[in-house]
Ligand binder design. Structure first.
Ligand SMILES: NC(=O)c1ccc[n+]([C@@H]2O[C@H](COP(=O)([O-])OP(=O)(O)OC[C@H]3O[C@@H](n4cnc5c(N)ncnc54)[C@H](O)[C@@H]3O)[C@@H](O)[C@H]2O)c1
Length: 415
């Protein structure tokens, strides 16, 4: 049965979710405190690009409106940011503000869902008491569940519909109601408690961060053995029960470098493997800069290839490219940035790839965008580029480039 759904937070998670619910026939109100975003949406301008989002919007817009204020609805879904504080703690200010704005409209039978990534026990210890200030009882008068999201930029819509989705209820009936709402999810939706569900979300990204830290540690060790760490990991991963992630110049994005701190913040355990892994991954841009400085000459005219933290998307949140750029600039290098996924509105130093390659002599690949992976000899005709530093070990046509007298230095290759 179609419902009225109010989604608070129209970002990378909230907007696609809102449109998926609208396409299912629900009446969706998208709410955001960002007036500019609401104005754009009301002029049918999407605030960011995502595969398939425009098409989905066209199919769903008759059931979707955007506003800066919350209205009475059958369902309220919170997808607001949960940044990290300077002290590396989970900042719940936006979650608290969004919950308070729901409180004024909450009535018997309503369902409230939290999707933002939070530290364990937030749903039960923070959100539930605020909503119960209305006098309504959770699990009896209204229903509350935690339903985390794990979609990645570039594949958000595909993953929102096809990924396994864990539902965490304050009570079983809360979880059951939430499960019934997600009609666009095509896979399994097991039910657990809200706190287990919050913790599972953090376990997933912490596992990946610790795994990357191990790969980075292997990279550091490989220097002593004079081997190529990427080759070694590729062979190790042929073992049927081994899955080592890739070493690199740092961990970016909105989840992997942040979520482990929400676990660290919530436990009394000190100096944990999780903390050590975070610290090692945080040092990787410094290692990358040290590697670069050993390979370039003081007159190098550099283009940094890639601002995104991830291939083939325009997402630069927590990207190690910024640290590499800053550190090299502080050393006196004048650096141009090329990134086909950004315009120079985002960063004034961004220039067009084809012109830049004719005006620099050194490339530093910091993001494995397909445009960089596929660099070939013909890209460097009439170009003074003589050195490429491949921080992602991603170049596909290495031999062809070397035949053109371009020296390639791969981060992690000490063979
Ligand atoms: N983006 C991802 O890839 C991803 C993946 C999994 C989980 N998450 C989690 O989902 C949550 C949302 O992430 P996002 O990437 O969509 O964030 P975002 O920054 O893209 O969007 C959040 C939106 O919420 C709005 N907002 C803030 N306070 C509000 C309020 N009180 N009422 C209404 N709107 C408000 C902001 O203006 C912003 O537009 C975060 O907790 C994040 O950790 C994100």
């Amino acid at each position: 049965m179609s419902k009225s759904i109010c989604i608070l937070g129209l970002g990378y998670i909230g907007l696609p979710t809102a449109l998926l619910f609208a396409k299912e026939g629900n009446t969706v109100l998208g709410v955001d405190i960002d007036q500019d975003k609401i104005q754009k949406l009301n002029q049918e301008i999407l605030p960011f690009e995502e595969t398939g989002l425009k098409k989905l919007y066209e199919n769903a817009k008759h059931n979707f409106t955007a506003s800066t204020s919350t209205k009475p609805s059958d369902v309220f879904l919170i997808a607001v940011p949960t940044p990290i504080t300077k002290e590396k703690k989970c900042d719940l200010r936006y979650v608290v503000a969004a919950t308070n704005s729901i409180k004024n409209h909450l009535k018997k039978g309503d369902l409230v869902i939290l999707e933002s990534t939070v530290r364990p026990r937030t749903t039960i210890d923070i959100v539930k008491p605020i909503l119960e200030e209305t006098g309504l009882i959770c699990g009896q008068d209204f229903f509350l569940a935690y339903v985390p999201e794990k979609a990645i930029p570039g594949k958000t819509l595909e993953e929102m519909q096809n990924n396994h989705r864990l539902i965490g209820g304050i009570t079983k009936s809360c979880a059951q109601r939430a499960k019934e709402l997600y009609t666009f999810v095509k896979t399994d939706m097991p039910i657990t408690s809200a706190t287990t569900c919050e913790t599972v979300k953090l376990f997933e990204n912490t596992y990946r961060d610790v795994n990357i830290a191990l790969a980075n540690e292997f990279k550091i060790l490989s220097k002593d053995f004079k081997i190529n760490v990427h080759e070694a990991i590729r062979y190790a991963n042929k073992h049927p029960r081994v899955n080592i992630h890739s070493p690199g110049p740092g961990v970016g994005g909105h989840c992997i470098p942040i979520d482990p701190y929400f676990l660290i913040d919530s436990t009394k355990s000190k100096n944990s493997l999780i903390e050590k892994s975070r610290s090692l991954n945080n040092q990787m841009p410094d290692h990358a800069v040290e590697f670069i400085l050993n390979k370039i000459n003081p007159n190098a005219k550099i283009a940094l290839c890639g601002l995104s933290y991830k291939a083939n998307v325009d997402d630069d949140r927590e990207s190690p490219s910024y640290q590499i750029y800053e550190q090299l600039t502080q050393k006196g290098y004048d650096i141009i940035i090329i990134d086909p996924y950004f315009t120079n509105k985002k960063h004034p130093k961004i220039k067009k790839q084809s012109n830049t390659i004719k005006n620099v002599n050194t490339l530093i690949i910091a993001t494995n965008h397909k445009e960089f992976e596929e660099f070939s000899a013909k890209d460097f005709e009439d170009s003074p580029v003589h050195t490429i530093i491949d921080l992602k070990s991603c170049l596909k046509n290495k031999q062809e480039l070397q035949n053109k007298n371009i020296t390639i230095h791969t981060f992690g290759d000490y063979s």
